[in-house]
Design a protein around this ligand. Structure first.
Ligand SMILES: [Zn+2]
Ligand SMILES: [Zn+2]
Length: 270
């Protein structure tokens, strides 16, 4: 299935040579589990519809440890409830202050081995995990929005300084395996250029909820308001922690005239 999302690249850098070398080694050497380092069993490739795309990068034990979100959740922010029992209901945070987005959903819990895979991609430049993670993200998109109309999908942008350091946008790298969506009967476009990161923000790691909200204030700006006015927009990110990043995106999009904003992330921190 052809991917439709180009990976956002910065100018050539030594990071890119390192990544290419790494990809070449991955292709030549027997594969190890990207989370624990165990040798992987031979994987039979069956294309995009492989039963478990993560089998390409995770050993059997690590796949068994993966925690997907399938219990009761908050229908607004997607927070899973620890008890795993009962039905969906609004969480305390959404009752106290409704977020700017209408609905957020995530594929899995941000813990090992999913957290390790995301770190391998973002911080070690291990691009071989991008496609299996992208397939997992695609599955979550179909579950959440398979029969809902979305006009525009926006991967959360990186500030150009961070893009230069990392060499690629991890969300766009994951979404490269997504099929084209702008064909009938759907008319959803994927556009990473509508929203821009206006401010370079400090890393969110180690900040509490209030500090994250302050850190993200006015961090995003809509570059082409005509593209979002009256439209239903889906923001895609890798991890949702307190939701400060996606809330800042949603606020910028809503104030530029978006009719509805939803959020999809690969992982959800508890
Ligand atoms: Zn493993
Ligand atoms: Zn909630």
């Amino acid at each position: 299935m052809p991917g439709c999302v180009g990976e956002s690249r910065s100018r050539p850098s030594r990071h890119r040579w390192w990544r290419w070398g790494r990809a070449l080694l991955d292709a030549l050497l027997p594969l190890r589990c990207s989370a624990c380092g165990a040798w992987l069993d031979a994987v039979v490739e069956t294309g995009h519809a492989a039963q478990d795309p993560l089998a390409r990068v995770l050993c059997t034990d690590c796949r068994a440890a993966l925690r997907l979100i399938d219990g009761p959740i908050c229908p607004r922010c997607g927070l899973p409830f620890a008890s795993g029992e009962g039905s969906d209901h609004l969480c305390g945070a959404c009752l106290a202050h409704a977020p700017a987005y209408a609905m957020a959903r995530s594929a899995g819990i941000y813990g090992p081995p999913l957290k390790t895979l995301i770190h391998r991609l973002k911080y070690d430049g291990q691009l071989r995990v991008a496609r299996p993670l992208g397939d997992m993200l695609w599955g979550a998109f179909l579950r959440g929005w398979g029969d809902r109309s979305v006009d525009l999908i926006i991967p959360v942008p990186l500030h150009r300084r961070r893009l230069r350091e990392r060499g690629f946008n991890q969300v766009r790298a994951m979404m490269r395996s997504w099929p084209c969506l702008d064909r009938k009967p759907r008319s959803t476009s994927i556009d990473g250029g509508v929203l821009v990161r206006a401010r370079h923000t400090a890393s969110q790691a180690g900040l509490d909820r209030k500090e994250r909200q302050r850190n993200m204030r006015a961090a995003f700006r809509v570059d082409r308001p005509a593209a979002v006015i009256g439209r239903s927009v889906l923001i895609v990110d890798d991890v949702m922690t307190t939701g400060a990043t996606v809330a800042a995106c949603a606020e910028a999009l809503k104030s530029s005239g978006a009719r509805r904003v939803d959020v999809l992330t690969l992982a959800r921190a508890l």
